[in-house]
Write a protein that binds this ligand. Structure first.
Ligand code: FES
Ligand SMILES: [Fe+2]
Length: 438
């Protein structure tokens, strides 16, 4: 975690890190949370949605960048626009719906009106502001940068960010791999979504997505039930020696990381390792009848969980075939959005099977994780005497090495993920902060 010398003198965050540990204040301090919302989410690319959520002109969804409410819209010409959902008059949210189709947004308070790129187009009873008032001085604040990589839309509140491709670093290739399974049919994020709130800091959720240490312990009951009923399938590769298996954790740069379970999950046939899901036999039989056993297996293998936890800092998690969006609400409150995905141009049976598989982990596994998120928050908040959180797995074992793709890899149970993203966290926060808190 190297901080530039010039920043060190005014770096109020250096005290939060020591080798193998991070300070509890990162999870419980309101001051740090407020700084994160302003400086971290305000100074980097943030995931705001997928293009398939707004396919038609004038479609929109509402999201957040940190805590800033924003509207992510496709304008009449098909361009992407991201603007703050904060009226330029008195500050009210001009859009109070989660999604829809609108050419204009009329603020409910005094009816100032904005086009779907944030331009102010009308102010009622305008004469009272005098002749000098110009509508263009009252546009909604727009994100400084908006870009999309193969459907994934990101926005930045400052122009002072590298091009999106550069920011994605090693995650770009992994996104390509995720998108190009089978024949690379377009991914649609319209299959369904679920959201829930947890009493935990947002980083605890980000921590967990790259934590390959917890599955055999946190998800023990799920794994035991599956083993008892179905034998050596699914995640049973998380056994006593899983740390010496080919499963791996990788640093993709800029706080992005990967847990790769493909070496085990996809070693023979991903589909054949899956446990039964509702209507599996009927859907599989229908596919075989239409496409024959070989092609059916190809399609099924390519639609089974991706075997990846691809974590794109700070708020996008791609887990299996799903997309998870982490929305910080308060220092101890986070909303987690799960979006299921389907593929365009594949047989209906494939999308039905994908959906059954995508319902599985959120139902049986996410409950374990959420219980631990809240248990961590409770422990961290209530015991000020114990200040440090351990992030030291495989820090000193010397087993990490540079893989053939040039990326640093360590065993799956490593805390490489936390160390990597905290390095990015520290770099962005220290550079953005104007100086010590008075
Ligand atoms: S606050 Fe939006 S029109 Fe007054
Ligand atoms: Fe988990």
């Amino acid at each position: 975690m190297t901080i530039p010398a010039t920043a060190q003198a005014s770096d109020p965050y250096a005290r939060l890190f020591r080798e193998g540990y991070v300070h509890r204040d990162l999870y419980v301090s309101e001051q740090i949370f407020n700084d994160e919302m302003r400086y971290l989410f305000g100074r980097t690319w943030v995931y705001v949605g997928h293009e398939s959520e707004i396919p038609q002109p004038n479609d929109f969804v509402t999201r957040t960048i940190g805590r800033r409410p924003v509207v992510v819209a496709r304008t009449e010409t098909g361009a992407l626009a991201v603007f703050v959902n904060r009226c330029s008059h008195r500050g009210a949210m001009v859009c109070r719906q989660a999604r829809g189709n609108a050419r204009r947004f009329n603020c409910g308070y005094h009816a100032w009106s904005f086009s779907n790129d944030g331009t102010c187009v009308a102010i009622p009873l305008r004469h009272a502001y005098g002749e000098d008032l110009r509508l263009e001085d009252h546009n909604l604040l727009t994100a400084s940068r908006v870009d999309s990589y193969r459907g994934f839309i990101f926005a930045a509140m400052t122009p002072d960010v590298p091009p999106l491709i550069e920011h994605l670093a090693g995650a770009r290739d992994l996104l390509d791999q995720w998108l190009d399974r089978d024949e690379g049919q377009p991914v649609l994020v319209t299959a369904g979504a679920m959201q829930f709130q947890t009493h935990a800091n947002w980083k605890t959720i980000y921590d967990n997505a790259g934590d390959g240490y917890h599955p055999p312990f946190s998800h023990q009951s799920m794994l035991r039930v599956f083993a008892k009923r179905y034998g050596d399938i699914d995640m049973q590769y998380y056994r006593a020696n899983f740390d010496e298996s080919p499963l791996l954790s990788k640093d993709l740069g800029n706080g992005h990381t990967l847990l790769d379970q493909r070496p085990a999950m996809h070693s023979e046939s991903a589909w054949k390792r899956q446990h039964p899901h509702p209507s599996r036999e009927i859907l599989e039989a229908a596919l075989i009848e239409q496409f024959g056993p070989e092609r059916s297996l190809e399609l099924l293998d390519a639609s089974t969980g991706s075997g990846l936890n691809l974590n794109i800092f700070p708020n996008l998690l791609i887990i299996g075939n799903q997309i998870q969006l982490v929305e910080p609400v308060a220092v101890n409150k986070t909303v987690i959005h799960w979006f299921s995905t389907k593929l365009e141009g594949v047989p209906d049976e494939i999308n039905a099977i994908r959906m059954r598989m995508q319902e599985d982990f959120p139902s049986f596994g996410e409950v374990d994780d959420t219980a631990h998120f809240e248990a961590c928050q409770r422990g961290l908040e209530t015991v000020p005497e114990v200040e440090w959180v351990n992030v030291g797995r495989h820090l000193k074992t010397g087993v990490g090495y540079t893989d053939t793709d040039g990326l640093w890899r360590e065993p799956i149970s490593s805390d490489l993920h936390l160390r990597s993203y905290y390095a990015a966290w520290h770099r962005i926060m220290a550079a953005a902060h104007p100086g010590p808190t008075p």
